[in-house]
Write a protein that binds this ligand. Structure first.
Ligand SMILES: NC(=O)c1ccc[n+]([C@@H]2O[C@H](COP(=O)([O-])OP(=O)(O)OC[C@H]3O[C@@H](n4cnc5c(N)ncnc54)[C@H](O)[C@@H]3O)[C@@H](O)[C@H]2O)c1
Length: 363
């Protein structure tokens, strides 16, 4: 029987899921039934130009009206303010649902969807797992697990870009990225899902305390004046991770910016009493650099760990999710784990707003 994949939304990210579906589950309608719904006829027309076998709908309710089958997968590929309603509808139609990041607009919606998925006996997945399973990060996890770093006391997780705002410098046609009522938030909402998923994958926290968070919106001459623009593009927090295998909590110095008047740099590094390891979990190359002491001097060891997975990071969410739906093991980010990561991000916003410590416990 063909795998049935239903995409809600036919914009930029929907195409990456369609590519992954064809790559892993076959090219013809007998291998895969790909259906896509979008109220925008232009988006649908250009989608079908790229994927001629796809069946199109202007209303997702019509697309999901047919009887559900056991392994049906719906992928929600629309702007964030629609995720809750569309995911609820798709789960209630009796299908597994993979939702784009950010999952939803608030913690209550995340809990409700997780519960609904449980009640329906279906999987609810989050696309924030895009960068999980990269061999370079797996190598870092192996170094941490080996004890070679000693007692881990600090993680720096910093990405500072001077001009890379979604809706301004990046994908300027998608202005919804700038309006908090449509997108949920700025750079913390946009990239935080990946950051907190990578951090949780490495540190396996049972709980996270946000000791102090901040969000800011640096002002530039390129700020759009004709649309609502009320989201942050510089954010960060000092956090305490109650990490698996560590006697004491690990301090995480976190920052993510897509606009700053300060210096642009990235630093992702784990420091312990016996050594440190530095790498780039995303695009900054494949080097894993270990530093340690050798008879009182600083020693360095560098390994190149390129991605040799059959899947790319853009394939990963759909591939991981469908594999789990088919009953195979995978790194899919599901239900409570997705909700926990989402709540950590919300805790940074809450700490920034209130000035208070916020704690999140894994469900
Ligand atoms: N653009 C990226 O690089 C990127 C990367 C990863 C994740 N994402 C996430 O993917 C999601 C979509 O982003 P995008 O960049 O593809 O946006 P986009 O603007 O390119 O496309 C969104 C599409 O959703 C459609 N849509 C809106 N409401 C709908 C509804 N009720 N039913 C069906 N279709 C509807 C729109 O008409 C539009 O065609 C967001 O959550 C975003 O955060 C985007």
């Amino acid at each position: 029987m063909a795998t049935r994949i239903y995409l809600i939304g036919a914009g930029f990210i929907a195409r990456t899921h369609a590519e992954a579906a064809y790559k892993f589950y076959g090219e013809t309608p007998t291998d895969i039934e790909l259906k896509v719904a979008d109220p925008n006829p232009k988006a649908l027309a250009s989608f079908v130009e790229q994927f001629p076998h796809a069946v199109t709908f202007s209303d997702m309710k019509d697309m999901l009206a047919e009887e559900a089958q056991e392994h049906d997968v719906v992928v929600v590929c629309t702007p964030p303010f629609t995720h809750f309603e569309l995911s609820s509808y798709a789960l209630k139609s009796g299908r597994h649902v993979l939702c784009e990041k950010p999952l939803v607009m608030n913690a209550a919606e995340a809990d409700e969807l997780s519960q609904l998925a449980k009640d329906q006996g279906k999987l609810f997945g989050d696309c924030s797992d895009r960068f999980i399973g990269l061999p370079k990060t797996e190598q870092v996890k192996a170094i941490v697990a080996s004890g070679a770093l000693g007692e881990i006391y600090k993680v720096s997780f910093i990405h500072r870009d001077q001009r890379g705002r979604a809706g301004v410098e990046y994908q300027p046609e998608s202005r919804w990225f700038l309006n908090s009522k449509l997108c949920g938030g700025g750079i913390l909402t946009d990239w935080g899902p990946y950051d907190f998923t990578v951090l949780a994958d490495i540190l396996q926290p049972s709980a996270v305390d946000v000791l102090g968070g901040w969000i800011a919106k640096p002002i530039t001459g390129a700020d759009p004046q004709d649309v609502v623009y009320d989201v942050e593009h510089n954010s960060g927090a000092l956090m305490r991770y109650h990490a698996q295998g560590q006697d004491r909590p690990v301090l995480v110095q976190y920052e993510r910016s897509s606009c700053t008047h300060g210096e642009a740099y990235s630093l992702v590094e784990i420091e312990g009493t016996l050594g440190a390891v530095k790498w780039s979990p995303y695009f900054g190359g494949d080097a894993v650099v270990q530093r340690f002491d050798e008879q009182g001097s600083v020693a360095e060891k560098e390994a190149q760990v390129p991605n040799d997975n059959a899947y790319s990071f853009m394939d990963a969410p759909l591939y991981f999710f469908v594999e789990r739906v088919l009953g195979h093991d995978s790194a899919a980010l599901l239900n409570e784990d997705a909700v926990f990561n989402f709540k950590c991000i919300q805790a940074v916003y809450e700490s920034a707003a209130s000035g208070n410590i916020q704690s999140v416990t894994r469900g």
